[in-house]
Design a protein around this ligand. Structure first.
Ligand code: SF4
Ligand code: SF4
Ligand code: SF4
Ligand code: FES
Length: 958
């Protein structure tokens, strides 16, 4: 295995990098160096290879100057300035090592050590402790003060956090943790209490870390130079031996990590400071919640059964894929070629998604392939393609650091995209202004040192009305960027759009009451967005998962074009993609109408290219989307499904409809790491591999392709891509790849936007943002710079059509759904980690006035009923939601959030309308009928799994 651990590249240069056109020359210990103005003396010395002792400084944080360990002598300066807080000056002459400095540093170190437990040999940080290193560096040989004076050795240890311990007896009060929490994470959970000798680190808002405001991002743990804040896994397993750079498998931020290993055991995940998306930061999921990868619930043997009532039988890989293939062929023979299909996974790699769609189009011989983006960001693909010409976000995350105004609509970055959320908060603390458009008071509306100037708390389902009202103000108040429009956009489409939004019907005074937002607030938001400087829009599933999701995406693109806020840094249209590789799975041709690179299947020349490469004839018509597959299954024309890494039985709307469709199929093949909800309806189970067990790539929300690198062997013996190859082989279509890099080479050959992508180039660059081709060999951080991908930008008409899902006297409240920081999607991974300490059930948020009128108190069990179904959850009475609106997460299958959601969907893409369901909420005392049925079916399926046995002979039906 290649070891990507290059300690040299992770050298801590002491203070952050400074960028400047002005170079400053100085001499340090007789050697000359030129560095950008503003660089610290400490960093300049480190760049020369001179390591000045330091304790409170680190290059991820601004210098603080508290430990006095880094003193130097500078000609012409009095005393011994701290090199971390002293900027370089032209002609400066610095000495870092003199007898006097050595004495002073030893004295300081002596004081630290006199109040430190001398348990280095048994300390978890032994061998990787900065205090230990600096003690050695300064040549400390004795402690003249002894160890009997006042000390902190008996301070109480806090082990409440599931992932890290706080051992205050080892604290040197350098405040790196406090600054990391403030500057990097932006939570401000830590503080130094007391003064002088009594100074101690404390987590605010609770008695211990777990009950405090801490969100367990781990930035403080990473910043701590001692073992005071230490990962539990490190304490348990000891120091790692090697590290491999890989990519987080949770959300669409795509953080880069050093997976630090000891043998084949993962010791800890440390965010990679060179990571293009995260720059050394992470959240509780990526950094800590990886225990699911080796959880005892993992199924590592292929299994088959004829009927759902039968116990599972463990079989060899060969037997499993042969059985699956024979069933798929039998069904095609009986019901026709189009009676089967496949679903690619946005949790798997690009290479794996590519293979599944290739398998469907070649071995299955149809286009019945879809992906979970259907239920999240398919409207983004459609809406941005129509207006801008490319189905992807326009910027890098870093671009936000140049935004003056940020408009967040239908997204909750601090929970769902936490590392971007921290970056956004940093920009807000620097002075950028924020508009939040959301039915719920998300954390960003009012977080420490960052608050929204405007929170437009609209009624769920009225995004398009809101966007039209904003556009109306921009047009009618003359806030258009006419120069940009004339130069960059289709004239006639613009004129049509301008006349449409200018209509009095679209005025805030008319649409404001529809949205439930005062007209003046809408006018203020439009003015701020159009005139506040660089304005960037960030949006999420609160925009797309509506009956008019695609219309809203086009409305957002219209706003950006109308104000010239696109085509440079600091602006743009930025969909915050949900899953780690949802961008990639779409790029890879997972939709039934598109081949890789978003090229329509009906395009003859594109088809010809793939036909030649794959040696088959492709069907020219789009295949079935996921909801069409369900309909067809219930009609009796769709009989078998190969579902890789997606839990449709939990994640798709109207659960009872989905499970009825699954029950109607004759063969369901599920490939996953756990017996998820869909697998309970499966006939063949192919054990999946976690991101730690395979090579490949993920593509994040900024189109950044990053390497996923294998750090341990697949527990089931095959990585997911190998399982798909085996299934293809069993179906008689041989795919010849020895390594995922060869799959990427084929993708690059066949996909113009990926032409220059290869594993070698990814290793060289770290990551690449597509388009990456001859025109842009180093990738494309910002899109549409000189012209739109489609040539001229196209304004689209966005008439507001209210959803059919309306409140009435029977269903008077609107339910909307979302995510929470500690859990991830269907929860299959995070529910099997320590993250349940923060969120162990889905709750229903209800406004105090709605709760009171129904006699509901916080913690009560409440029945939530919609036109689709009923479930029971516990209530959380909260004014985060407006009166008339209730909200829940959907991370636990037994809460049945999707039993309640309907199968209404986006007019263009069928993306479900998760965000608007009319419901009634009543106090109840027992589970819903669905929950009772679910519980008994689930218990039975778990029993059948538990009693699984080795198959003696596999009967293949022909
Ligand atoms: S884990 Fe993160 S949020 Fe918690 S105290 Fe540390 S830096 Fe702050
Ligand atoms: S906990 Fe660690 S980082 Fe924080 S003040 Fe103590 S030694 Fe420094
Ligand atoms: S922000 Fe997203 S990608 Fe980054 S560590 Fe958290 S879950 Fe992983
Ligand atoms: S490292 Fe400079 S004062 Fe602490």
């Amino acid at each position: 295995m290649i070891n990507y651990f290059d300690p040299g590249s992770d050298l801590d240069l002491g203070t952050p990098q400074r960028l400047s056109d002005v170079q400053v020359s100085l001499v340090i210990d007789g050697r000359s160096i030129s560095v950008p103005a503003g660089t610290s003396v400490m960093r300049a010395a480190a760049m020369l290879g001179t390591s000045i002792p330091k304790l409170c400084a680190t290059d991820s944080l601004e210098a603080f100057g508290s430990c006095r360990m880094c003193m130097v002598e500078i000609d012409g300066m009095r005393g011994y300035p701290a090199s971390c807080t002293t900027p370089v000056g032209e002609g400066m002459v610095v000495r870092t090592q003199t007898p006097r400095l050595a004495d002073l540093r030893r004295n300081v170190m002596e004081l630290y050590i006199s109040d430190h437990p001398l348990d280095c040999l048994t300390c978890s940080a032994n061998g990787n402790c900065e205090l230990q290193t600096v003690a050695g560096q300064v040549g400390l040989r004795e402690v003249r003060y002894g160890y009997d004076g006042a000390n902190h050795l008996d301070d109480h240890k806090d082990v409440s956090n599931p992932y890290f311990d706080y051992e205050p007896s080892k604290c040197i009060v350098c405040s790196r943790c406090v600054r990391a929490c403030e500057d990097i994470q932006g939570t401000f959970a830590l503080t130094i209490t007391g003064r002088g000798f009594d100074s101690r680190v404390a987590a605010a808002g609770g008695d211990d870390f777990l009950s405090s405001e801490c969100v367990s991002c781990g930035a403080c743990v990473q910043a701590c130079p001692t073992a005071t804040l230490s990962e539990k896994s490190l304490i348990q397993l000891g120091q790692p031996e090697r590290a491999v750079i890989t990519t987080c498998a949770y959300c669409g931020v795509g953080c880069s990590f050093r997976a630090e290993m000891k043998g084949d055991q993962l010791v800890r995940m440390v965010p990679d400071k060179h990571g293009g998306a995260n720059h050394g930061h992470a959240c509780v999921k990526g950094r800590f919640a990886w225990g699911y990868a080796t959880h005892p619930d993992r199924i590592t043997k292929p299994m088959i059964r004829k009927r759902l009532e039968d116990p599972w039988q463990e079989v060899s890989w060969d037997e499993a894929v042969t059985y699956a293939a024979s069933e798929l062929r039998r069904i095609q023979l009986k019901y026709g070629r189009d009676s089967i299909g496949g679903i690619t996974s946005s949790r798997c790699t690009n290479e794996e998604a590519y293979l599944v769609q290739k398998l469907v189009r070649t071995a299955f011989g149809n286009n019945n392939v879809d992906t979970c983006a259907r239920v999240c960001h398919s409207p983004t693909g459609y809406g941005l393609k129509q207006t801008l010409g490319e189905s992807a976000g326009t910027q890098s995350f870093d671009s936000v650091m140049l935004a003056d105004v940020v408009l967040v609509i239908g997204a909750n970055p601090t929970d769902a995209h936490p590392v971007f959320g921290s970056q956004l908060k940093r920009r807000l603390r620097q002075g950028a202004r924020l508009i939040v458009i959301d039915p719920r008071r998300i954390d960003l509306v009012d977080s420490p040192h960052a608050r929204a100037e405007l929170h437009l708390q609209l009624r769920p389902g009225t995004n398009v009305a809101m966007l039209n009202a904003l556009a109306h103000v921009i047009v009618s108040e003359g806030l258009l960027d006419q120069r940009f429009i004339d130069a960059r956009c289709e004239t006639e489409d613009f004129a049509r759009w301008r006349d449409f939004v200018a209509q009095p019907d679209n005025a805030p005074e008319v649409l404001g009451p529809v949205c439930g937002v005062p007209a003046e607030q809408i006018r203020a938001a439009a003015r701020l967005y159009a005139t506040g400087g660089n304005a960037a829009i960030y949006y999420g599933l609160g925009v797309t998962e509506h009956s008019q999701g695609s219309t809203a995406v086009m409305g957002i693109a219209n706003l950006a074009m109308a104000t010239g806020n696109i085509g440079r840094e600091g602006v743009g249209v930025n969909p915050l993609r949900g899953q780690n590789n949802v961008q990639g799975s779409c790029d890879m041709g997972s939709f039934p109408h598109e081949l890789p690179g978003y090229r329509h299947i009906s395009n003859e020349s594109v088809r010809a290219e793939f036909e030649q490469a794959w040696g088959v004839t492709l069907q020219p018509d789009p295949g079935l989307r996921i909801p069409n597959m369900f309909e067809a299954a219930l009609d009796g024309s769709f009989k078998a499904l190969y579902c890789q890494g997606e839990d449709i039985a939990q994640s798709d709307p109207n659960t009872q409809h989905v499970t009825a469709a699954l029950l109607a199929m004759e063969c369901v093949v599920v490939q996953d790491i756990f017996l998820n909800e869909t697998a309970k309806f499966a006939h063949v189970f192919l054990p999946g591999s976690s991101f730690l067990e395979k090579d490949g790539t993920f593509t994040n929300a900024e189109r950044r392709i990053s390497r996923v690198r294998k750090v341990m062997e697949p527990l089931a013996g095959k990585a997911d891509w190998e399982a798909t190859l085996a299934l293809a082989d069993a179906l008689g279509y041989h795919m010849d790849y020895q390594h995922p890099s060869q799959i990427m080479d084929e993708i690059a050959r066949l996909t113009p936007t990926f032409r220059r992508v290869s594993y070698a180039e990814l290793d060289r660059h770290g990551s690449l943002q597509w388009p990456c081709n001859d025109a842009a060999p180093d990738g494309t951080p910002t899109m549409h710079i000189d012209q739109f991908v489609r040539g001229k930008g196209r304004f689209m008409l966005t008439g507001y059509v209210p959803t059919d899902e309306k409140v009435n006297s029977r269903y008077p409240l609107l339910l909307t759904t979302g995510r929470i920081l500690s859990q991830y999607n269907v929860g299959a991974q995070t529910r099997r980690t320590g993250n349940v300490a923060w969120h162990d059930e889905d709750r229903l948020e209800i406004h105090p006035s709605d709760a009171e009128s129904r006699g509901i108190a916080d913690g009560d069990w409440v029945g939530v009923g919609s036109r689709a179904g009923q479930s029971v959850l516990r209530a959380r009475v909260s004014s985060r939601v407006a009166p008339g609106v209730v909200y829940t997460t959907f991370h636990f299958p037994e809460s049945g959030a999707n039993v309640i959601t309907t199968d209404n969907s986006d007019w263009a893409t069928n993306c479900p309308e998760y965000k608007v369901t009319a419901v009634e909420v009543l106090k109840v005392f027992q589970p819903s009928e669905w929950q009772k049925r679910y519980q008994s079916f689930s218990d039975e399926q778990r029993r059948l799994l538990k009693e699984r046995r080795q198959a003696e002979k596999v009967e293949v039906r022909r």
